[in-house]
Design a protein around this ligand. Sequence first.
Ligand SMILES: [Zn+2]
Length: 441
Amino acid sequence: MNRREFTAALAAGALSTWGGGRHRLPWMSGAPGRRVNGDRLNRHLAELARFGANPQGGVTRVAYSDADKQAREYVMGLMREARLTPTIDTAGNIIASRAGTDPNRKPILFGSHIDSVPEGGSYDGNVGSMAAIEVAQTLGEHGTTTRHPLQVTIWQNEEGGLYGSRAVSGQLTQAELSNVSNSGKTIAEGIAFLGGDVARIAEARRQRGDIAGYLELHIEQGGTLEREQIDIGVVEGIVGIKQWEVTVTGFANHAGTTPMDQRHDALLAASRFVEAVNRIVTGMPGRQVGTVGRLQAFPGAPNVIPGRVVCTLELRDLDAAKIDALHEAIVAESTRIGAQNGTTFAFRMLHENVPAPSDPRVRALIAAAARELGLTTKVMPSGAGHDAQAMATLGPMGMIFIPSIGGISHAPKELSLPNDIVNGANVLLGALLRMDQMASG
Ligand SMILES: [Zn+2]
C-alpha cells in the first residue's frame, strides 16, 4: 500500500484502528532486532492526543495549561514503563535517564515537546516525544545498553519560544521570565506550575560540550516530502530569522480634494513594497523566504489618504549572509519606491534568530540509518524553529523529518501517517545507536 492508497483507506475509515487485523502494514511484520514496536508507538500517540483534545479534531494543549500538566504526567508514566527515570529539571523540562555502560561519557539527548499552539494538531512535537520513549523502551526490551548515558528530553513551552531548551542552552534571559504565555501564566509562574524552580533555574543550564549529541524526530510541517514521495528528511539546519518593523511615512490629506499626482500615499508605497519583497526574494536562487505579515494604515479612514503605514518584514534562510543581502536589496528598492511618490521607509529590527546548522556527521549517520531501512531521504532545511536549535549550541545536533500530509501544521488537520511515524522512529533508533558508536565525548 503506497501513501496515496493509505490516505484513501484512512479517509474511508478502513484503518480506523492502528494495527487492526484487516490491514497489515509493512512495519507490523517488521523484522525483530533494531525495530521499534509500531503498534505501541501509534497507540501512545493516540492516547496522548486525548489531553487537550479539541472539537476540531486536534489538540489545544498550550504550555502550563491543565492539559499540558496532565499530558506530562501521562508521558512520565510511559517513561517509567520504558524503565527510564524521569525527573523535572529546575527549568520545568522532563529529563528521563537511562544509564550507559561508561558513566564517564557525556549523555546523548533525544526528544521533542508536547505543548501545542492554540487549536493545534496532534503530531507536532508529539511524534518526536513518543518516538523517543519508544526507542528507549525498544533498547530495554532488546537488552541493549549504550556506551553513553541516554536522556529522553521533553522540553517545556516550545511553541511559546523554546523556553525550556533555551534555559538549558543559556539563551533565556531573566527578563523573559515575566513574559505572559498563552496559558495566561507568566513563564516564571508556568515553570513553577510544572514543577520547576525558577530561583534555581541556572542549575538547568548546560555548557557547550556537556552533551555527546542531540537528536530530534519531528514532522516536516511543510509539504515537500509528501509531494516528492520521500520517506525521511535529513535536516540541514534550522533557518535563521530576522524581522523588522517597517514604517512608511507620507502625508495624510483629504481624499476628495487632493489630486492624484500630488499625493504622498504611504499605503500605495507600502503596496509596492509588499510586491517588491516577493520579487526580490524569489529573484535569487535558493530556498529563502520573505513575508510581509502585518500591515496597518493610519489614520485608517475611507476619506483620508494614508499618511503612515506600519508593516513588518520577515526573512528566513540557512545562511545569515543571504538574509543580510536580501535585506540590503529590499532597503535599496524601498528607497526607489519612496522616491516615486515622496514617501520614506524606515526599518527597525524586531527580532533575530541565528541559523542553527545541523552537524554534517550527524546528518551522515541519519542518512545511513534510513538507508539501512530501505528508506529514501532528502537533505532539507527546517523553516520552522525547534528545540534542536538551542541544543545545536551545546553539541552535535541532527534532526529527522517525516512527511506532513498536505503540508498542514499548527492546525487540527495536521496529519502524519502511522507508517511514516514508525519509519521515523526506526531512523531515530538507528541514528542513536550509530551516534553512540561514533561520538567521542
Ligand atoms: Zn514542534
